[in-house]
Design a protein around this ligand. Structure first.
Ligand SMILES: Nc1ncnc2c1ncn2[C@@H]1O[C@H](COP(=O)(O)OP(=O)(O)OP(=O)(O)O)[C@@H](O)[C@H]1O
Length: 265
């Protein structure tokens, strides 16, 4: 098989990633390869270590092992250098500035690549990347409105827009569709597919309908470790995954369902 880089694809490689909180391994020897162009979902019961894994890869907690992106070892970089290396994330709770307009939020996010003195200069026109991001996230018409008036789903899209203008090539999205309407979920899934072709996107998700509809690859975590990885069908057929989610083995090992009863896991 040709290696991803030989095909000109970007990827993030994680080997033996461990996060130890005073002797408790919240992430315990995780190996993962996340490839550009695939929507990669990270699922698992509460406390499985999903957010801690992302925290370690984005410099918020200390991890050991290896995490390589474009020849950079993410585990040795402070969080602001990880952002500059092209790796960004959203949080479970939106972190937009409510009093600032949609445009100002994007402009500030775009500023991470400008020096401090240039950031202070007045801007004559909206940068192209910001215009493009507004269009992509579907908020052009609301550009001059304060972010505080946005609906829940729109705030999440603005956060994604902020990653776009930061030129994040790797995006970790933490429970992005939680609390969204069915329509907003569909729009979000379409948005992820559109921006995902040129990026490496990893979504932490509990909404199994969303996972089933949009995932190319699913990694299931349990107790800090990778329990299983594969397509949605592979994961649904995996008895260990069924046991973890439902606390029992499904009779007949049915493929439908594992995750059917697990939406609130
Ligand atoms: N700073 C910390 N100190 C000690 N333990 C922590 C810390 N942060 C997280 N943990 C523990 O690590 C484990 C993994 O937590 P984490 O939030 O990564 O799980 P998760 O899979 O993201 O869960 P959820 O789906 O509920 O967000 C949990 O047992 C949690 O209590």
């Amino acid at each position: 098989m040709t290696a991803p880089d030989e095909q000109g694809l970007d990827y993030l490689e994680v080997r033996g990633l461990t996060v130890d909180f005073d002797g408790f391994k919240a992430v315990d020897g995780v190996d993962l390869t996340m490839l550009q162009g695939q929507l990669h979902f990270l699922i698992g019961p509460n406390g499985a270590g999903k957010t801690t894994l992302v925290d370690a890869l984005t410099g918020l907690v200390k991890g050991t092992g290896l995490a390589t992106y474009r020849n950079k070892d993410l585990l040795s970089l402070p969080s602001h250098r990880i952002v500059r290396a092209g790796v960004g994330r959203t949080f479970q709770t939106a972190t937009v500035f409510d009093e600032l307009t949609v445009l100002q939020n994007l402009d500030i996010a775009a500023g991470i690549h400008r020096g401090a003195w240039r950031l202070a200069l007045p801007r004559r026109r909206v940068p192209e990347a910001v215009e493009e991001a507004l269009e992509t996230i579907g908020l052009s018409a609301l550009r001059d409105r304060p972010a505080g008036i946005l609906a829940h789903g729109q705030k999440q899209w603005l956060e994604i827009g902020m990653l776009l203008v930061q030129d994040a090539k790797v995006m970790f999205l933490d429970e992005t569709v939680a609390g969204m309407s069915a329509e907003e979920r569909e729009e979000t899934g379409d948005l992820l597919r559109r921006i995902g072709t040129e990026r490496t996107i990893i979504v932490i998700e509990h909404d199994m309908d969303f996972v089933r509809t949009y995932a190319d690859v699913v990694t299931v975590m349990h107790a800090g470790k990778v329990l299983a990885e594969g397509s949605v069908a592979d994961i649904q057929a995996n008895e260990r995954v069924q046991e973890v989610y439902l606390g029992r083995t499904v009779v007949g090992g049915g493929t439908e369902g594992i995750v059917e009863g697990a939406d609130n896991a």
